[in-house]
Ligand binder design. Sequence first.
Ligand code: SF4
Length: 338
Amino acid sequence: MLVKRIFVEHQVATHPQTGRILRALDKAPVVYIDKVEDVFERARKPYLQKRGDLNLFIGRKEGQLVKPAPDAYGLSGDPHYYFIHAYNCIYECEYCYLQGYFKSPDLVLYVNHDEIAAEIRETVRRHADRPSVWFHAGEFSDTLALSHITDEWGTYWELFATLPNARLELRTKSVNLKAIIDRPPLENIIVTFSLSPAAQAKRYDRKTPSLEARLRAIAKLADRGFRLGIHFDPIIYEDGFEAQYRALVQEVLQAVPDAQIEYISLGVVRFTRDVYQEFVRNYPGSGLLAGEFVKSFDNKIRYNRPQRLYMLNTVQQLCRDAGIGAEKIYLCMENETV
Ligand code: SF4
C-alpha cells in the first residue's frame, strides 16, 4: 500500500496501535494534527486519486461509537448495531458506496477500541433479556484488508469471549487472515465474505482478491472451526446469471460445510443518487451501466421491481435447492415486498 503522508492526532500519538501502524508504514512522512476532521474531507479530493495519492489518518473516534443498524441489516428479530473502526478502503469495487459518501478517499484508522468495546458492553447490558444482540464491523471499510497492520481484532476477541449473547460480524472481501487465523474460533464471532461469480468479481471488484482466493480463505477459516457468513451482494444481472450463481453456491458449499454457515444475505446492486453519479463519472465504461436502473421505494437507484424480485428469488431458490435452510437466508436492504 502506497501511503503518501500519515496524519496522526496528538491525543493518540503514543497509543500502541498508532506505534504499530507507523512502524509498518515507516516510509511515509508523519504530520501531527489536533483532529482528523481538521484535515480529512476539508477539501474535495477526487475518489480515483486513491490510486496514487493516498493519505492515512490515525485518530480517536468520538461521539456515538455504537449505532443502531439500518432496517433489514441482518437476520430479523434481533437488535443490530454497527461500529466504525475505519473509513475508506484500499480496494476499488466499481459499485462501492464510499465513492459518493465521503469527500475524500483517504484512509482513516481509529485506535480507541477500548472505548468502542466499553460501549458495546453497555449496549449488551441494555439488551440483557435478548438471546442475541448483533454488532457489525465493516460498514465503511473492509475489516481485514489492513488488519495485519492495525491488529485491532484481539480487543474484540477478548470482549466477545465474555459476552455470550452478543454477536460480532467482521465483513470482508480480503484474504488477509494473519490477524485472526490463530485466534480461537468463537461461536459468536462470524467472519463474512462478500462474493460474486468469478467473472463479475474480476470485472467489477477492482484490486480485491479473486473469487478463488476468497473461497480458499473461507475454506481455511472453516477448517479452523470459524463461524462464517456469505453475502451474495451486490447481485448483478447479466446473461448466464442463474448458471453463474448455481456454480457459486456449489463452490461456497465445497469451501464451508452448511453447518458452519451462520447466514447468507442476498442484495441486488443499488446506489444512492450521489453514489450513482460518482460511479458514472469514475467508471464511464463499466459493464454495469448496461443495466436498466430506476429510482425505487427508498429513493435508491436499482433494477426495476420485477427484475429484483426475479433475481432475489432465483438466488434464494438456488441456495435452498443446494440444501441451505430458509432460516439462514435473508434479503439485505430490501423491503419485504422487494
Ligand atoms: S471492498 Fe467494500 S468498501 Fe472496499 S471498495 Fe469494495 S465495496 Fe468498497
